[in-house]
Design a protein around this ligand. Structure first.
Ligand SMILES: NC(=O)c1ccc[n+]([C@@H]2O[C@H](COP(=O)([O-])OP(=O)(O)OC[C@H]3O[C@@H](n4cnc5c(N)ncnc54)[C@H](OP(=O)(O)O)[C@@H]3O)[C@@H](O)[C@H]2O)c1
Length: 329
């Protein structure tokens, strides 16, 4: 396990967490190690099926994907990092009114309360929504994970989560956390569990030794860091890949990139829409964040066009094959 936080003082940890809140600049845990190529197939820990949302709701314009435990998840959602307070409440309510059903939050973002309030204001039934939260690294270990989970539920004002992820397994007893999450999964308090920012060795370890296999892996993925190897690995193991920072937060000039702009012009779409369509066509769930209703609407308007082979071929060489968030590596 690549352990970046071991040995850090509480002060350093707090500084680290504050920086995370303030800069949006979380990097993924790098998939540095080649997979040990554990060719095992998933043995699902307790396959269960869950009700799909009822037909005819606006959210159904966004396609849903079936995860490895039978749970259905929207293929596009709203990211909420930095959307704190009233802004967060408004964005979540706006997104739901525009058809979003997947909302991604995390304890460390400080957005669980506004997400809960936005959901309440939306008037949409809880069971129509797909809510993700994440266990931060200060809550690693069996007991702390159980408490951390309950705190997230309380803040979100809900009695279950659709998806709960280990946010950053870079220190502490993350396997104890996984054990707690497996129990909560079996109790029906979490419908799917997964990882974020794990490396290949950690994923191999979970595949080989856990009772409930991860349904999701959420990692930094965008045109400048395409994560082809991770994509292949996750497909091979039946784990749904989810992209954080699907726009690289606009870093490296993503929104003005000439190649992406030319493709956008060709389809009469925007660069943001081209990026999200590219994620969709790669089979990756994306959770773009926006604080503006116009952008939230633009980002969900990607289901009426397709990128063709020449577009995909043009995007491929944009890959810099490295994180755009080096401060978190
Ligand atoms: N698991 C992890 O470690 C991890 C790490 C980072 C993020 N995440 C999750 O992933 C989500 C998304 O990643 P992110 O927030 O880092 O960045 P992102 O979604 O790649 O980019 C957000 C930026 O894009 C802009 N934007 C959004 N839509 C736009 C549009 N249509 N046109 C132009 N600009 C647009 C936003 O500005 P405006 O507000 O002005 O629209 C904002 O500045 C997060 O919110 C969080 O939920 C997870």
């Amino acid at each position: 396990m690549n352990n970046q936080s071991n040995g850090k003082s509480r002060l350093e940890m707090n500084r680290h967490m504050n920086k995370e809140r303030n800069t949006n600049g979380m990097s993924r845990r790098q998939f540095l190690q080649t997979s040990a190529a554990s060719a095992m197939f998933l043995s699902l820990g307790g396959v269960r099926s869950f009700a799909a949302p009822s037909a005819g709701t606006p959210g159904n314009s966004i396609p849903w994907v079936t995860l490895n435990n039978g749970l259905k998840m929207p293929r596009l959602g709203l990211g909420t990092m930095t959307l704190t307070g009233d802004v967060g409440v408004r964005c979540v309510a706006d997104a739901i009114s525009l058809g979003y059903r997947l909302i991604d939050t995390a304890m460390i973002y400080g957005t669980e309360v506004p997400v809960g309030e936005g959901i309440k204001q939306s008037g949409i039934k809880r069971e129509e929504l797909f809510i993700t939260s994440k266990l931060w690294k200060t809550d690693m270990g069996y007991e702390k994970a159980r408490k951390g989970f309950q705190t997230s539920l309380d803040k979100l004002k809900t009695d279950y989560l659709d998806l709960y992820l280990i946010h950053r397994p870079s220190g502490g007893d993350w396997k104890g956390s996984w054990k707690a999450m497996e129990e909560l999964y079996h109790q029906g308090k979490i419908k799917a569990i997964g990882m974020s920012n794990a490396d290949f060795a950690q994923m191999d370890d979970l595949m080989a030794n856990s009772e409930v296999k991860p349904a999701i892996h959420q990692i930094e993925t965008h045109a400048f860091f395409q994560e082809g190897k991770a994509c292949d690995y996750l497909k091979q193991h039946g784990i749904q890949m989810e992209a954080w920072a699907p726009f690289a937060e606009g870093r490296h000039g993503l929104f003005t990139n000439n190649t992406l702009a030319a493709i956008a012009r060709k389809h009469n779409k925007t660069v943001a829409q081209v990026c999200l369509r590219w994620h969709l066509q790669r089979g990756i769930v994306a959770i773009p964040r926006s604080s503006r209703k116009a952008h939230i609407a633009e980002n969900v308007n990607i289901f009426d066009f397709s990128l063709d082979d020449s577009d995909l071929a043009a995007i491929s060489p944009l890959d810099l094959n490295t994180t755009q968030f080096p401060e978190w590596s």
